[in-house]
Design a protein around this ligand. Structure first.
Ligand code: UT7
Length: 325
């Protein structure tokens, strides 16, 4: 049976030039390199320069993804940007990126699912492609979380960073078998009962300010592994595949302890796990495409490999995507 599959044909990423190490933070926050490394695995993060916006980070990642896909930007007829730190309340950051790319056709919109933003955006683009509503999608995760951090709050400000990653997704014909290239299945979830555990204490409708990130870290940690593994088990059940079939696990990069515990619970071998949280901290919607692009560029992820994404974040929102590269 012939089916449409959404195949990732190119990836790219961008990290702002300014690197902030744990030691740099310890100069003005009551923390230490040892505490941050032990509790999170983070060694450094990147912060956008003054005047460098989420759209610019996303644009630079998009340019790389388009180049690696070997397509003309004008072929793109759908752009979805996962972000919780848009340039402005409106218009959408994706529309700014669309304009920077010189594209003036098709649709561009932002998707807000915080750290799950890339998984939600990729799954949404997959639906458009499979329904025949678009042929070539650009999916971006781009964030400037440094702009919403409270540097007086050591429990949150050491965890996050800025960055962007992007992929080009193209509709191709498949056989409907799990040997097809492309997205095989995606599973998205949300549950607003956990709203107060990870949120921003401001917004246009509530305070008319941007606000700062607030998190009950322990509570988030407590739920993370269970939620992540649930949606991955859903992906395995639906496809009949399992951890042994996987070539690469590319999880949301929030905390190395969460990544390791999830992989262990799912019996995913440590050498199959792509971890970059040490290099850029939690970049929210940008973290999966940043990790993905690293493993594509260094040659780990190859055509035909079975790759699993998972993310969990504010809301709570969480989700998984299983695909063949
Ligand atoms: O993308 C999804 C979003 N977020 C996450 O996935 C994060 C989930 N949560 C976590 O990663 C962890 O809960 C944290 C890394 C945030 C915290 O680790 P923890 O092991 O849960 O530490 P804790 O909150 O229980 O704090 C332990 C101690 C406390 O001191 P006392 O009360 O034991 O004296 C904190 O005050 O560490 C203290 N502490 C710090 N010390 C040095 C908290 N933050 C810091 C800090 N530096 N930056």
């Amino acid at each position: 049976m012939s089916v449409t599959r959404s195949v990732i044909v190119g990836s790219g990423s961008y990290l702002p030039k300014k690197i902030v190490t744990n030691e740099d933070l310890a100069k003005f926050v009551d923390t230490s390199d040892e505490w941050i490394r032990q509790r999170t695995g983070i060694e450094q993060r990147h912060f956008a320069a003054e005047g460098e916006f989420t759209s610019e980070l996303g644009y630079k990642a998009a340019l790389e993804a388009i180049k690696s896909a070997g397509i003309d930007a004008q072929e793109i007829d759908l752009i979805i940007c996962g972000t919780a730190t848009p340039d402005n309340t409106f218009p959408a950051t994706s529309v700014a990126i669309q304009n920077m790319l010189g594209i003036h056709h098709g649709a561009a919109f932002d998707l807000q699912a915080v750290c799950s933003g890339f998984v939600f955006a990729l799954s949404t683009a997959d639906m458009y492609l499979r329904c025949g509503k678009a042929k070539t999608a650009l999916v971006i995760g781009a964030e400037t979380f440094s702009r919403i951090l409270d540097f007086e709050d050591r429990t949150t400000c050491v965890l996050f960073g800025d960055g962007a990653g992007a992929v080009v997704l193209r509709a191709e014909e498949g056989t409907g078998e799990v040997s097809d290239r492309g997205i095989l299945t995606s599973h998205l979830r949300s549950d607003g009962r956990h709203k107060e555990k990870l949120y921003v204490d401001g917004g246009p409708s509530t305070t008319q300010t941007t606000g700062h990130l607030r998190m009950e870290g322990k509570e988030v940690f407590k739920h993370a592994v269970g939620m992540i593994t649930d949606v991955i088990i859903d992906a395995f059940n639906e496809t009949g595949l399992d951890a042994n079939d996987l070539d690469w696990f590319v999880p949301h990069q929030a905390n190395k302890r969460i990544i390791d515990a999830s992989a262990k619970k799912l019996n995913i071998a440590p050498e199959k796990v792509v971890t970059t949280v040490n290099l850029h901290g939690n970049t929210s919607a940008a973290s999966i495409p940043l990790a993905l692009d690293t493993a594509v560029k260094d040659g780990r992820i190859k055509k035909g490999d079975l790759v699993l994404f998972e993310a969990m974040g504010g809301g709570f929102t969480w989700g998984s995507i299983l695909l063949r590269w």
